[in-house]
Structures are given as structure tokens and as C-alpha cells.
Write a protein that binds this ligand. Structure first.
Ligand code: ADP
Length: 447
């Protein structure tokens, strides 16, 4: 017999025993005083029995309205077993609830002890809970601000834009207006469809060191610029002297000139990078005619290629709000890379296309040497080169794609690369729709 069945029998057995006792007494009375007397006794006993059960049923109903361990009623007969079981079930559920509460409290204590700020928000960005570090980072108070939208409390545009962008691939570096000496790195983790964790880490010290490093690189580059220009100038003069120097000296001077020109390019790229890193937004907000820029870059590419490649271009009349110099430098780097990494006879295609409401793309496609997939994620790191000697031979500094990435980031854009080793590459600079302007380009005055 199954345990369940045994349990059931244990509940109903006392009732059967009592019914049997009533039956025996009724039969005995019937034998002694006649059938009618026996029936009366049975009727009265069953009536009492029924009334007793009704009483316990109503007691159970009343208890279920407000169930609590302390008020569990005492029973009689089958009801003793029923109430005992209720007591047991209630007790274990109270123990479980207590354990759950304790676990949650321990979990919150653990999160509170983390050095990171944690804010739990719902789909509408309303604060459900936060730890004391987050209270400090965002200048909020859980007691008073519970249920309020976090973007109503932290109103800095960078933070509000990030939180409403719903694109949390990259962390946000953020200096709260309320405490500008603090540098925070913000991450958002969506852990349920309608709930997220905002995690803030204090990166003030790391930022300070990074700023020191940037300043150092910028200062060294700046200091190197003048002596290099002087050396370069003298080398050019020496190379052009009349009568020309003997062949060996000429060759040595030529080599020195090439190297100092390379150093010059390196210094210029380092200065450009530190300028880009100094601020988060473009220095200028011009309305850039990208179609005209593409035509300029195409002409430069033809000059650089010297007829070794087929170079084609196509552009839509869509303009971009941003820094013309920065975009020119970024797109120019992509074009010069395509020429440098495409062997003679290859094809290079430049294009500028808008994609309805999904921004626009400046694309440089080449049929060059291509890049193996393992290198793709690291291409925009400073000085990362797939083939160091090829990069040097072709006059590369190793900083071109780092510059492209920074310029695009400052324009809220992205660099996308598709490449296959031995078949060619496509570098796409994507710019968001919010920066596009598709009205007709202003007429240029021809004097
Ligand atoms: P570099 O000055 O070395 O070209 P970049 O930052 O411009 O530096 O590029 C980084 C590396 O990415 C290059 O060294 C090269 O290996 C690879 N690369 C960039 N563009 C291309 C391309 N169009 N085809 C093949 N490899 C490329």
C-alpha cells in the first residue's frame, strides 16, 4: 500500500470507528428496546456526529482566513490528524519563508560589501534597490528614492543617453555632475526581460594614471616635433646639394630621410591620437559633404597608387554633422591602408551609402591580402600589426586604425571589418542617422 493511501486511511479511520460504535450501540438498543428505539439512538448519534464535523469545518474555514502557527485549532477524532498535519505544513512553510528571508538578507549584505555600486532597476528604469556604494556614486538615497526613475535622479546627458540607448556593449565612462572629481565606469546587465543591474566602478585612479600617460605621450611627441622637422629639413637640403654627393653617401642620406619622415608621421599620429583622446565629442560640428570628400580621397588614392590599382568610387548626396578634419583623417587612413595592403593589379572601391533610418556607411573595399579572423578583434589597438615588416615597408605607423576608431567613437559611430585572408577586406565606417543631413549640398561659388 502506498504511503499516501496509508495517510488517507489514518485520517478517515477514526470516523469509521465511531460510525461502527454508533451502529453497535443502535443494534444493542434495538435488541433491548425494540427497532424504533435503536433507530432513534442511531439518528441522534449520527446527528451529533454530523454537527461536530460541521463545527470543525467552520473552525478550519475561519482559521484559513488568517492562517498562523499560533492559532491552529485543536481537533477531535479525524480532525486531530487534519490539524496536526496543518501544523506541520505551516511550520515547514514558515521555516522556508524565514530561510528565504535570511538568504535574501545575506545576499543583500554581500552585495552591499562589494566595492562596486549596484542599482537594481525595472524596465522603466525605476529603482528597486541599491547598495550604499551606488548611493554614494549616484548621490541617491534608497529610502527616499525607491521607485523613482534613475534618469530623473541622475540627469547628466551622457548618463541619460546611455541608459535610454539600450545598447550596452561598451561601458560608459562617466563623471557625475554632482561630484566631478569622480570617474565612474558604468555597465548595465540585463538579467531578466524587465529588470537590469546598473553597475558602477570607481575608476578615478586608473583615469588619473591614464591622463598622465596621455599627457606624457602628447608632451614627448610635441617636444620631438621641432627637432625632427629640423633634421628632416637639413637632410632634404643635403640630398639636393650640387654637385650631388657620391652614391654611397647619397644612399645613406636617403635612408636617413626615409626614417626621419617615418618618425615624423609617427609623431603626427601620436599627437592626433592624444588630441582625439582629450575630449569625447568632435572638435567641430561642420556639415561635411562626404561625397566631395570621397572624390578628394579617390584622387589622392590614385596619386598614391601610381596606376598600380583600379580605383572606383560612388557616393550618395548625404552630408554628415561632425568634424571635417577628423572624418577626413579617418576615411583617409582606410583608403591608404587599402592601397598599402593590396598588391599591384588589385581593385579598390570607395562608397558612401545611407541606409534609410539606420545611418550611413563609408566603405573601403579592396581585393588585397586580407586578414586572418584571429587578428580582427585587435586591429584597432595601438601598434597592433598583422605583419610588422610589411606595415613598416609601406610606411605604416601602426596607429591608423586606432585613429579611425577614436574618430568614429567621437561621432557615435563604429568601425566594422569584414575580411578573408588572401581575398581582400571591407572596412566600413558606420555613422548614426542622427548625424545625417540629406538636403541638397550648398552651391559652391566658382570665381
Ligand atoms: P599600419 O600603419 O600598420 O597600417 P593600422 O592601424 O592602419 O596600422 O592597421 C593595423 C594593421 O591592420 C595593419 O598593420 C595591417 O596588418 C592590418 N590592415 C589594416 N588595413 C588593412 C587592409 N586593408 N588589408 C589588410 N590588412 C590591413
Amino acid at each position: 500500500m502506498s504511503a499516501r493511501r496509508r495517510q488517507r486511511i489514518r485520517v478517515i479511520l477514526p470516523a469509521f470507528v465511531r460510525l461502527a460504535a454508533i451502529a453497535i450501540v443502535a443494534v444493542a438498543v434495538a435488541a433491548a428496546f425494540g427497532v424504533q428505539a435503536g433507530l432513534w439512538v442511531a439518528l441522534v448519534a449520527i446527528g451529533l456526529f454530523f454537527a461536530l464535523h460541521l463545527h470543525y469545518l467552520s473552525t478550519l474555514g475561519a482559521w484559513l482566513e488568517e492562517p498562523s502557527l499560533e492559532t491552529i485549532p485543536e481537533g477531535w477524532g479525524s480532525w486531530t490528524e487534519v490539524f496536526n498535519r496543518l501544523h506541520k505544513a505551516r511550520r515547514s512553510s514558515e521555516i522556508n519563508a524565514h530561510r528565504l528571508e535570511e538568504n535574501e538578507a545575506r545576499f543583500r549584505r554581500t552585495i552591499s560589501a562589494l566595492p562596486e555600486g549596484i542599482v537594481l532597476v525595472d524596465a522603466a528604469l525605476q529603482i528597486e534597490w541599491c547598495n550604499p556604494v551606488a548611493e554614494r556614486h549616484f548621490s541617491i538615497r534608497l529610502g527616499a528614492d525607491h521607485g523613482l526613475r534613475v534618469t530623473n535622479l541622475v540627469r547628466d546627458p551622457a548618463f541619460v543617453n546611455y541608459m535610454t540607448s539600450a545598447s550596452f556593449g561598451e561601458p560608459l565612462l562617466f563623471r557625475p555632475l554632482a561630484s566631478p572629481s569622480l570617474a565612474l565606469s558604468i555597465r548595465v546587465i540585463e538579467f531578466e526581460p524587465s529588470r537590469s543591474i546598473i553597475m558602477s566602478s570607481d575608476v578615478t585612479e586608473a583615469e588619473r594614471l591614464d591622463a598622465m600617460r596621455r599627457d606624457f605621450v602628447a608632451n614627448v611627441s610635441h617636444e620631438l616635433r621641432t627637432p625632427l622637422t629640423v633634421v628632416n629639413g637639413f637632410l632634404e637640403t643635403l640630398l639636393e646639394t650640387e654637385p650631388p654627393l657620391d652614391q654611397l653617401r647619397q644612399k645613406h642620406l636617403q635612408l636617413m630621410h626615409e626614417q626621419s619622415t617615418r618618425m615624423n608621421r609617427l609623431v603626427e599620429d601620436l599627437l592626433m591620437l592624444s588630441r582625439l583622446e582629450a575630449g569625447e565629442t568632435p572638435l567641430a560640428e561642420d556639415l561635411v559633404d562626404v561625397a566631395a570628400l570621397l572624390a578628394e580621397l579617390q584622387a589622392e588614392a590614385r596619386a598614391l597608387s601610381g596606376g598600380r590599382h583600379e580605383i572606383v568610387g560612388s557616393a550618395e548626396p548625404v552630408r554628415v554633422r561632425g568634424s571635417r578634419d577628423e572624418l577626413r583623417s579617418a576615411f583617409g587612413n582606410l583608403v591608404s591602408n587599402a592601397i598599402r595592403y593590396t598588391p599591384t593589379g588589385g581593385r579598390i572601391a570607395l562608397s558612401w551609402r545611407a541606409h534609410d533610418d539606420d545611418g550611413a556607411v563609408f566603405e573601403v573595399q579592396d581585393s588585397g591580402i586580407g586578414i586572418a579572423p584571429e587578428h580582427l578583434p585587435r586591429l584597432t589597438e595601438r601598434f597592433y600589426r598583422v605583419d610588422r615588416s610589411r606595415s613598416r615597408e609601406t610606411g605604416g605607423t601602426g596607429l591608423g586604425l586606432a585613429i579611425v576608431k577614436h574618430v568614429l567613437m567621437r561621432h557615435q559611430g563604429r568601425l566594422l571589418v569584414e575580411s578573408e585572408e588572401g581575398r581582400g577586406s571591407a572596412f566600413r565606417a558606420w555613422l548614426p542617422a542622427a548625424r545625417l543631413h540629406s538636403g541638397p549640398a550648398p552651391l559652391r561659388r566658382v570665381a
